[in-house]
Write a protein that binds this ligand. Sequence first.
Ligand code: CDP
Length: 515
Amino acid sequence: MQKIFQTNAELKDWLSEQNSAIIFIPTMGGLHLGHQYLIEKAKERKTKKNQIILVSIFVNPLQFGKDEDFKKYPRNIKKDAELAFNAGADAIWAPDYFEVFPGGENSHFKIKVPQTLQNQLCGAERAGHFDGVATVIIRLIRIIRPEKIILGEKDWQQLIIIRKLFQELSIPIQIESYSTQRDQSGFAYSSRNSYLSNSERVNAKSLPHALKEAKIEFDKEKAINLAKIASRLKENNLKIEYLKIVDPFSLKETENINGLCLLAAAVKCGSTRLIDHTFLMQRKPIIAIDGPAGAGKSTVTQAFAKKLGLIYLDTGAMYRAVTWLIISNSIDLNDQAKIKNILKDSELEFKNSSFFEQKIFINNIDVSEKIRSPQVTSMVSEIAKQQFVRELLTRKQQVIGNNGGLVAEGRDIGTAVFPDADVKIFLTASPTERAKRRAIDLKKRGYEFSSIEDLEQEIKERDKKDSERTIAPLKKAQDAIELVTDGMNIEDVLKELVYIFRSKIPEEVWPTPNL
Ligand code: CDP
């Protein structure tokens, strides 16, 4: 195909002929290997035959301050087109100002980015910059109507603002982000690098080097010395605009370095402004997936963990195994002293028969299948509400998750077990849908059941018990994302989980393979 369009009319005619879903990569031109990576990723991510990759090149005047480099910003459409097409773009759209703002910018709506986001990091010195970015992205997507947008993580603040904008305006376009690309010395590609003289380039490299060193030190010492980074930058004649540790989503400065943090900097090297960052994280990511009975958590959580190379923790299986032990020792469900006694000396462990297949053992007995019996199912919530049982299993789960790198599913993961999980998802479905899924599961396992209506009733009762118990009840954590899975198949849910994960964990921290 390889088309370059200048006018919206030409572009629209062509798009309507294609009848395609568009993966859109908005740029300001001056394309480099960072853009190339985004286009290549878009190509890898093409899942359907009719998807096309459209790259826009528009130097947006609204995002430049009056003393900034709008006039000298690199413009070389021939070179840009060559790079984009070689990387896999199907078409380029390079509109002029009046194609994007037909009546001039003052005759169109403008977006005002909330002060809380605008005033942080780059926005503090670049008044109106992100308003300009947000306004133009809305103009562009209005014309193109893409299915997906691909953005780089290098401009992290921009990415966060655009995500928030789409979320608040309920714009149903997926945003995917990819990591900052660097040359061999670690220097991040940027269109503005072309302004640097050779000697400035040497100085400029101290920015990524200082950040990288700080990260290495952080991984060892769990502390960051901003003054040390600052003096290294100054020694190299870099003028610091900001150097901060911020929460990656609110972008506010933070001293809490337990969760994911962003160490971000902007400097002036001669007259060129450069930004760079690194993410800090004390442990690998933790993903909490909670939800009611039969929401399909186990199937998708296992597949999700495998996809991401994370440990899978089925906490329900732990409550079920304990319940099985109590039943098989004919202990009365309300006899707390006996329950305490038997559990105190019992050993509960997971063993992997393969990466995908996890077995659960209690006192060296493989109970993986036995715990799925209707008898265990009907009694587990009575056991799971007991304080001693909860404390014991919660502690065990926290030990397993100590270094992170796991996906845990259950009822209270995001609220009680790992309240500082990086990603919290509340997975649910209507009781009818859940009963249907449970019926299929029971049939597969060879268990009898009377009717789907009875299963629905049983599910509702268990939901009630799990939600009404006093200790760690089933409830959506306030910061969890709810996913209602009615009508979605496993692949759909999995894709959605990966998408949510990617909106919380940058590719720079944990790369995600293709679905
Ligand atoms: O697979 P299903 O949806 O039936 O449930 P499960 O995840 O196997 O959990 C079985 C039961 O264990 C739940 O109904 C809860 O009573 C209990 N449970 C809990 O209390 N806390 C957890 N974190 C996980 C399960």
